[in-house]
Design a protein around this ligand. Structure first.
Ligand SMILES: N[C@@H](CCC(=O)N[C@@H](CS)C(=O)NCC(=O)O)C(=O)O
Length: 208
């Protein structure tokens, strides 16, 4: 199995699950700054030119959520539960892509990616809009987490890894999550996991 990644928000989810499950995997680092995600070889793995991407034999898979679910299913882990909880996990994965991390991800782009890649100053209107949406959907997440250990049932699932994806970057990306005590408490619990705190591999190969 091969996992193509960069040390950024979306690959972080797949790397965290791979580390959590202790999956024997060949990590291939893709240097986005050098355009290694746009080479013909890489586009043959992920035609979107994005990381993460994954290979298992003839299977080529992209989208971090799908890769997390694949790894969990292959390991027969309850991170991707086989029962009715699956519906709840899909609910949170969908909600997160459409609402919470969609807007937290905008702040990640405006406040972290743009300065890092020299794309200019953050767009104030985009920051204001995304901050408003994070507050609105963050309130939904905060309410749901009250009295709960994890998002779905009593156990960790891929939904926790997906919905928390932006939180390690919150301070630098100016994502206003410190306003939400339940989100902070839940994320502190995730931070107890070495796989969440330090998801990226020390050993890797370079993309061609
Ligand atoms: N929906 C995709 C998003 C992947 C994505 O946007 N990855 C970013 C890094 S976090 C990327 O590859 N950016 C490079 C580019 O767009 O050129 C997923 O969840 O896997």
């Amino acid at each position: 199995m091969k996992l193509f990644y960069a040390e950024t928000i979306n690959p972080r989810k797949a790397c965290a699950v791979a580390r959590y499950l202790n999956v024997p995997i060949d990590y291939v680092h893709v240097d986005l700054g050098k355009g290694e995600n746009r080479t013909p070889e890489y586009l043959a793995v992920n035609p979107n030119g994005k990381v993460p991407a994954f290979e298992d034999g003839d299977l080529k898979l992209w989208e971090a959520n799908a890769i997390m679910c694949y790894l969990a299913r292959a390991a027969e882990s309850d991170l991707w539960p086989g029962d009715a909880r699956q519906i709840e996990v899909i609910r949170w994965l969908s909600w997160n892509s459409e609402h919470f991390t969609r807007h937290a991800g905008s702040l990640y782009f405006q406040n972290i990616v743009k300065p890092a890649l020299g794309f200019g100053e953050p767009d104030e209107a985009a920051v204001k809009e995304a901050t408003g949406f994070v507050r609105r959907f963050g309130a939904v997440l905060n309410d749901h987490l009250r009295g709960r250990k994890y998002l779905v049932g009593d156990a960790l699932t891929v939904a926790d890894f997906a919905v928390a994806a932006s939180l390690p970057y919150a301070a630098k990306a100016k994502i206003p999550v410190e306003e939400f005590p339940e989100i902070m408490r839940w994320h502190a619990r995730l931070n107890e996991l070495p796989a969440w705190r330090e998801p990226f591999p020390k050993q890797q190969t370079q993309a061609a």
